[in-house]
Design a protein around this ligand. Sequence first.
Ligand SMILES: *[C@@H]1O[C@H](CO)[C@@H](O)[C@H](O)[C@H]1NC(C)=O
Ligand SMILES: *[C@@H]1O[C@H](CO)[C@@H](O)[C@H](O)[C@H]1NC(C)=O
Ligand SMILES: *[C@@H]1O[C@H](CO)[C@@H](O)[C@H](O)[C@H]1NC(C)=O
Ligand SMILES: *[C@@H]1O[C@H](CO)[C@@H](O)[C@H](O)[C@H]1NC(C)=O
Length: 409
Amino acid sequence: MYMGNSSLAVGLMLLFVRLVSGVDEVAAAAAGGGGGAGPMMRADFLLANRLARTPPMGWNSWNHFGCDIEEKLIKETADAMVSRGLAKLGYIHINLDDCWGASSRDTEGRLVAHARKFPSGMKALASYLHSKGLKLGLYADSGTRTCTRSMPGSLGHEEQDAETFASWGVDYLKYDNCLNKGLDAEERYKKMSDALLRTGRPIHFAICEWGKEKVATWANYMANSWRTSGDIRDSWNSMLLRADRNDEWASFARPGGWNDPDMLEVGNGGMTLEEYRSHFNIWALAKAPLMIGCNIPNMSNETYEILSNEEVIAVNQDKLGVQGKKVKKDGHLEVWAGPLHGNKVAVVLWNRGSRNATVTALWSDIGLDPTVAVMARDVWAHSSQYNVTHQISADLDPHASKMYILSPR
Ligand SMILES: *[C@@H]1O[C@H](CO)[C@@H](O)[C@H](O)[C@H]1NC(C)=O
Ligand SMILES: *[C@@H]1O[C@H](CO)[C@@H](O)[C@H](O)[C@H]1NC(C)=O
Ligand SMILES: *[C@@H]1O[C@H](CO)[C@@H](O)[C@H](O)[C@H]1NC(C)=O
Ligand SMILES: *[C@@H]1O[C@H](CO)[C@@H](O)[C@H](O)[C@H]1NC(C)=O
């Protein structure tokens, strides 16, 4: 099922169909291979906003803070992103989720910031973030109210709300799916996509439709990222389910538009460090948006060490932009892999079971010529093995994984 050279050709053909006819035959591609087209062809496929050539990175308030957000917290988070060096590693989006706004629109029908929580307003917050090289993300809903019901929804107000966001200097919009009156999802999301593009301000459009209605097959044409599942929780099983769901749509990801298995839970306390490392490995390999979801100012050193692993981030941000996939499964033992630029391959060996185990990837599992010798870089041990042939193996604790970059010699 993984793209060797033969299914690379299939991937190219499917992409050609998509470019020429714009039809959804690509649905068939979800099942096998695909996604292996060259970067030049995919570059033609960026949205008009030209954003998200690589998956977006940053922070979102929801997983740790829920509705409990206010200006001071956001500024502290931004300050910590910069002072701890995370901004420099690429985590530049500071995204407010639900509950940033007032409960009703103003007399002109505009959305307004919550007066007590954000007394300086969103324009001032955007300026603050921009002055630090960061970007402001907001949340809105494609129905009548947001999911917490604390703010008005944007249904029927798409133009006005997009203009409001642009006038504040917003850079990213997460657009949710609550209270949508059963109206067609593609139409609702297309309206906001068009409205954002019309403002002329490049605003990353992140569809949050929870992976209903085969979202990857149409979001692909109008958004920079799209959620492939319901909300993640801070547990091993919730994380696994999202990893697997997201994997089904791998062939639809490309520079400019990414599958999104939801924000990271790393650092929130519900999983072990090994589990969080696996969470981060798989999100990075799958070219998921890397949105940190913990308390940044107070994060532990262990959490920091996971989130700041530059070699793992480099896999996520690789310029080839092909989503890595599950390529082999033997009970609870799995191999995930994907191509990187320069004929390199990223591979994750993952023990999802509850006992120690050895996980092995054969070159034939991961699209490498069986005769090739590689340098294998362990991105957590930060060490390399030279002249590795035929296969790579790791002895793994329960729920642990290792990620390697294989460079053919
Ligand atoms: C971080 O911890 C300190 C000390 O416990 C506390 O005063 C502060 O409010 C915390 N900051 C956040 C953002 O939770
Ligand atoms: C965490 O890291 C900082 C900076 O690297 C260091 O000064 C501090 O001692 C570490 N804290 C612990 C508990 O190891
Ligand atoms: C690489 O490994 C193969 C097989 O293990 C061996 O025959 C060969 O001599 C090695 N080459 C180098 C340069 O070490
Ligand atoms: C396997 O299990 C034992 C404990 O039963 C542990 O000490 C050991 O380090 C484990 N991990 C590996 C990778 O062998």
